[in-house]
Each structure stands twice: as C-alpha cells, then as structure tokens.
Write a new protein. Structure first.
Length: 275
C-alpha cells in the first residue's frame, strides 16, 4: 500500500474534496439531478488543475451534465474524475478525449447507486434500527450514540473510496493514454453510458394509455396495441422529442412545462392516466 500514499499536496486536495462531497445532495434539479452540485464541489479543484480560464470553464460546462448516485459512494467517481482531469491538463492539447470522463461518471453512477442504496439504506439502516429499538425499549441511553456509530461506514467509504480511486487513477491513467487503453476505455464507457440512459428511459419514463373503446363488440385497448408494436415505444418517443428540442437550445424549463401541459391535456381527454 506504500505506493498508494498521498503526497502532502494530494492529501490537501482530497481532504478538500472529501468535505465538499458532503454537499452532493444539497442541489437537485429535474434536468441535471446532482450535476450542479457536482460542479460546485469540484470548482476549486478544477481551478487548481486548470490555470487557463478557457480550460477551467470548459471543464465546468462539460461536467454540468445529468448525474445521480448515492452520495456515500460518490467519492469513488469523484476521485477518478479528478485524476482524469489532471491527466487532461498535463496532456498536449487535443490528445486527451474528455468524453471518457463523462462516460466514466455515467457508467459508474448506476452501479454505485445500486450498491450504496442496498447497503446503506437496505441493510445497514435496518441493522442499526433493530439495535436502536431494542435499546430504546430497555431505556438504555446507548441509543443516543447509535446514530454516530451508524456514520462510521459512511465516512470510511467516502474517504477511502475517494482516496484510492484518486491515487490509482493518477498512477495508471497516463499509462493508459500512452498505451491506447484510454481510447478503448472512452469508447466502452460511452457505450455503457448510452445503455444506462436507455435503461433509465424504459424504466423511469411512463406514458400509460387508458383509452379504451368498443368497436363492433370488441374492446380497443390502445395500450395493448402499442405494446404489441414495441413495448415502451411512447416513453422512447417522448424522450427523443425532449432531446430534439434540447438540442435546438430550447430551455429545459420550457420543455418540462410543455411535458406537464401535454400530460394534463391528454389526461383530461381520457387518453392517458394512472395505469
């Protein structure tokens, strides 16, 4: 583990990043989720890495993208991202493909959220709650310090996940760039990112059709017809429509309001509604 020790400068940077990462969930939006908070967290780090204003603001703009994961696990993605940004700053201009940074974030946010939510919300929280209830019934004051004990795994994962991902990234990313592995990684993470977004569309975007009509004694079920043609086709069309207008530089707020208005109109007409 000696090669994973941080230099004083690296330790200072990771400490600063560790404390700022505590605020990942403090700024959420419909269009970017934790994207704005990510930029706020990393802004002073980007300023240290990129002395040139153009490079700094390019990094800020590039990272202002959709991002959403369990805050406890974010240090892993954060540490890797910072080490990749450092390599981008060191590399000759135009030789480092920054799409790999976005691909890494999007590719990791889902698995990290799945692991983090399962352990911290599903397993660890239930264990602590069960212990707390038993102590509370007996009137034992130990229950008052249990919340502090519950924080220990959270803090350890945040610190060591960020520390080792940052240090390992800084050691191997430059080698990966020179050997061509980074280019393969960029393509792979881009594919994973697109797959993750596609899965989110099919599972999170809902356009339930409730319209039914009697025709010659037969019931016309609009939802079943669309399901037979292509399941989740309507969520896909809605997502592509939103994407089209966003690419035309339409304000995300306007797109969101149009979707809400469309939902009200179609529901009022009896075409969509609660499934």
């Amino acid at each position: 583990m000696s090669n994973l020790k941080l230099t004083p400068a690296e330790k200072k940077r990771t400490k600063r990043l560790f404390w700022r990462n505590m605020f990942l969930g403090f700024n959420m939006s419909y269009t970017r989720q934790q994207g704005v908070a990510w930029d706020w967290i990393h802004a002073p780090i980007y300023r240290e890495i990129y002395k040139d204003d153009d490079q700094f603001w390019e990094a800020m703009k590039r990272n202002m993208e959709f991002y959403n994961t369990t805050p406890n696990m974010n240090g892993i993605a954060s540490g890797l991202a910072v080490s990749m940004e450092e390599e981008n700053a060191r590399a000759p201009k135009g030789t480092f493909d920054t799409a790999g940074i976005s691909g890494m974030k999007i590719g990791l946010m889902g698995p990290l959220a799945g692991i983090g939510d399962t352990f911290f919300s599903g397993v660890w929280a239930l264990i602590i709650m069960g212990i707390a209830i038993s102590f509370a019934r007996e009137g034992n004051l130990v229950v008052a310090v249990l919340p502090l004990i519950a924080l220990i795994p959270n803090i350890l994962v945040r610190w060591y996940g960020q520390k080792y991902s940052y240090k390992l990234g800084s050691q191997y990313i430059s080698k990966a760039v020179k050997s061509g592995v980074m280019e393969m990684f960029t393509k792979a993470t881009s594919i994973v990112g697109v797959t993750v977004v596609g899965g989110m569309i099919s599972t999170l975007v809902k356009v339930p059709l409730v319209f039914k009509a009697k025709i010659n004694g037969n019931t016309l079920n609009l939802q079943k017809i669309f399901d037979q043609i292509l399941p989740t086709m309507l969520p896909l069309l809605l997502a592509l429509g939103c994407f089209y207008f966003l690419r035309k530089n339409t304000s995300p707020v306007k797109v969101l309001l149009c979707v809400v208005a469309l939902g009200f109109i179609l529901t009022f007409l009896g075409i969509t509604g609660a499934a």
